[in-house]
Design a protein around this ligand. Structure first.
Ligand code: HEM
Length: 437
């Protein structure tokens, strides 16, 4: 085993180049270098002089993401996201980020989540109906697409509620579906996505004119103000945060659900325990605030699925000033990669890391994990603002579906990872749905 904080002041790995033009190659390259050097090594980006440090020890992740987070800006990849999300909270820095985080955080509080639970159940019911329709037509389910739609539906209704229904009624289609219909995340997509801005600004204007505030996140964004000054959020910022929540709120959840179904299908003993728990806790009813906490095994399965397949598989940062990360000298301007995909497989913290074992997240074992060993939602002040919302949504999705529907993987599928912004399967996954016994 490699000593994590040994005496070299620079990490090993002289001479390696990461090709940012070939995004598909990044994860395989990191896996290869991780095998060779262990939990910290360095490389360069083609054509650049400064270093890239790739860190996958929990303590190093903790240093960069939590302890000394102020010294790190968001890193590589953020330029494209900038075009997509403007100055939204995912990409903003400094005072702007701090102000926005304070204004947005309360929207994800427990009370609001409880009020959103019926919507989460409705979206799951639609998902189940979709599977049943495929079943009736003896058609395999495209589970990648179906989980994508379920996650997008939820975030859109959570954001726009009755206005989305009106738009669909008026136009006969859902203009936001382009988000799941197009899988490329290039500049062209970014421009088309920004094209949805007019629709959102119209919604805001109309609500203002009609003095209407339905219970949804858009209303909360419109009414948010800075506590100290009482200043409302500027309209351009309202727009950027709304667009941010559409993207951040659905792609990750869709990816997590896709992989959760894949793993459940491959582990009948896990499926059995999920069915038993759901039947015992829910008795055929949707979860409610008093019993969602009892679906603890369901939560463990999701946490373990996101350990093996973390939707946000790579966190990127750039050092502002020079720093010392666990004894490693880090010059100002150094790019940092912290890949949850590697951290979650660190052999010192995860026994038999490739094995799917939801019991790793049983309360006592989970409590003994050091901070930084599990990064599915990241840690520190810039962690995922939607963590609880995503967990509620996914627990409801699995626990309502699994007592009714059995999903079996179709044979001979090429299960290849596509590690771009999120960790997705390169080819959509297909499953055969049948009634659960
Ligand atoms: C399974 C689902 C999800 C996963 C795995 C996930 C993961 C993450 C991760 C790893 C980050 C940190 C990114 C970084 O530091 O570079 C993040 C940030 C963020 N997430 Fe999530 N996320 C999920 C769902 C959601 C949902 C449902 C929402 C909102 C509706 C959301 C909104 C955000 C926002 C706004 C940020 C930026 C926070 C900030 O910079 O202050 N996420 N998420």
């Amino acid at each position: 085993m490699q000593q994590p904080f040994s005496n070299h002041r620079l990490p090993p790995g002289e001479g390696h180049v990461i090709d940012l033009q070939n995004l598909d190659s990044i994860l395989p390259t990191l896996l290869d270098l991780n095998k060779r050097y262990g939990d910290h090594f360095k490389a360069r980006f083609a054509g650049q002089d400064s270093w890239l440090y790739v860190l996958s020890h929990p303590e190093m992740a903790r240093h960069v993401l939590a302890r000394n987070y102020k010294n790190y800006r968001k890193g590589v990849g953020i330029d494209l996201v900038n075009v997509l999300l403007g100055r939204g909270i995912m990409v903003s820095e400094g005072d702007l980020w701090k102000r926005q985080r304070k204004m947005l955080q309360p929207m994800f509080n427990r009370d609001n989540l409880h009020q959103l639970m019926p919507l989460m159940s409705d979206c799951t019911t639609r998902f189940i109906k979709h599977l049943q329709a495929d079943m009736a037509n003896s058609k395999p389910v495209n589970i990648t697409e179906a989980t994508g739609h379920a996650a997008l539906n939820f975030i859109l209704y959570a954001l726009f509620s009755e206005d989305l229904i009106r738009i669909i009624d008026e136009t006969g289609s859902n203009p936001f579906l382009m988000v799941t219909d197009e899988s490329d995340r290039d500049l062209l997509f970014a421009r088309r996505f920004r094209g949805l801005s007019k629709l959102i600004l119209d919604m805001i204007d109309r609500r203002k004119k009609e003095h209407r505030r339905p219970f949804d996140i858009l209303s909360m964004i419109m009414d948010a103000s800075e506590k100290s000054t009482g200043e409302p959020m500027p309209q351009k910022q309202q727009l950027d945060e709304t667009l941010t929540l559409i993207i951040a709120g659905h792609e990750t959840t869709a990816s997590a659900l896709n992989w959760a179904w894949y793993l459940i299908a491959r582990h009948p003993e896990v499926e059995r325990r999920l069915i038993d728990e759901a039947r015992q806790v829910l008795g055929g009813q949707p979860p409610h605030p008093d019993n969602i906490g009892h679906l603890s095994y369901t939560r463990q399965v999701l946490e373990e699925a996101m350990r093996l397949y973390p939707p946000g598989w790579l966190l990127t940062r750039r050092a502002i000033d020079e720093d010392e990360i666990c004894g490693i000298h880090t010059p100002a301007g150094t790019d940092i990669f912290i890949p949850p995909y590697l951290v979650h497989r660190h052999p010192d913290f995860w026994d038999d890391p490739e094995r799917f074992d939801p019991d790793r997240f049983a309360p006592q074992r989970k409590a003994s994990l050091p901070q930084g060993a599990y990064l599915a939602f990241s840690i520190g002040p810039r962690n995922c603002i939607g963590e609880s919302m995503a967990l509620y949504e996914m627990i409801i999705h699995i626990s309502m579906t699994i007592p009714n529907i059995h999903l079996q993987l179709l044979p001979n599928q090429d299960i290849e990872l596509q590690a771009l912004v999120n960790l997705r399967p390169k080819h959509d996954l297909y499953m055969q749905a049948s009634s659960q016994q």
